[in-house]
Design a protein around this ligand. Structure first.
Ligand SMILES: [Zn+2]
Length: 251
């Protein structure tokens, strides 16, 4: 299994709005926090069915498909809403969460790193900064800014589980094969993704180690990628910018 997928029973994944993922993460007896509720109805239904108490909503950036459910959920539950605008540690129930500022997709983009707790590995909620096999579009910032932000999160431990804001996994690995058609690890990952898709399984989580090995955007500093693009003498962020440009054309 290329993802080395760890069963993480403290996170509930709620697919929404076509290709968004909303997450609930347990942080105490029946307590959860939510990440990026782009709609309220599916989140509310899960809270009701599983008898969870929503204590906090974490927001990764201002886009509507990540925030549209906030007002209704806040009204129904009285929960806090946090959109961190500085690097800080947030305590929610039994979890300590580090807000890591990652401008690039938007100026206000932030990732939330849930530090390892008892038998649980660390968790990283990445919004539209890092996707599985991909990264977000550069809507408000330069390629250099996004590249610097990505370096912060790939420095986390390899076993950190990655939970992105969208399911663009299949197209990201299809794109990676346009850069490196003979990369066996990417091919194997794509096969696994297609298999999960057939069985209706969400393509999350990945982990930092797997992303470092297979995510073409995180490999802009890799001589093999530079050579595949005929950019052996270019800077890492220029190579990253070229990958992002090609991905925009790819779709
Ligand atoms: Zn976005």
């Amino acid at each position: 299994m290329p993802f080395n997928k760890t069963e993480e029973n403290s996170v509930i994944t709620i697919p929404a709005l076509g290709d968004n993922y909303i997450y609930l993460c347990k942080c105490g007896d029946n307590q959860v926090f939510a990440v990026d509720p782009g709609e309220a109805s599916s989140v509310w239904e899960t809270l009701e069915n599983q008898h969870f108490n929503l204590v906090t909503i974490l927001v990764t950036h201002h886009h509507y498909d990540h925030t549209a459910g906030i007002d209704e959920l806040k009204k129904k539950t009285g929960c806090n809403v946090i959109a961190a605008n500085k690097a800080l540690i947030i305590h929610i129930g039994n979890r300590n969460i580090q807000a890591i500022l990652t401008p690039g997709h938007t100026q206000d983009s932030v990732c939330y790193y849930v530090q390892p707790y008892e038998k649980h590995t660390g968790l990283l909620f990445t919004g539209d900064t890092l996707f599985i096999g991909g990264c977000g579009r550069l809507n408000e910032c330069s390629a250099q800014t996004m590249w610097n932000s990505l370096q912060k999160i790939v420095a986390l431990p390899d076993d950190t589980l990655v939970y992105p804001g969208h399911n663009y996994t299949e197209e990201n690995y299809e794109f990676a094969l346009t850069i490196e058609p003979n990369n066996n690890l990417v091919k194997k990952t794509l096969q696994t993704i297609e298999d999960w898709k057939k069985r209706g399984k969400p393509t999350v989580p990945s982990n930092i180690g797997h992303e470092r090995a297979t995510n073409v955007f995180l490999r802009a500093d890799d001589p093999e990628i530079k050579s595949a693009l005929n950019m052996s003498n270019s800077t890492d962020s220029d190579v990253f910018a070229e990958l992002r440009r090609r991905k925009n054309l790819f779709g």
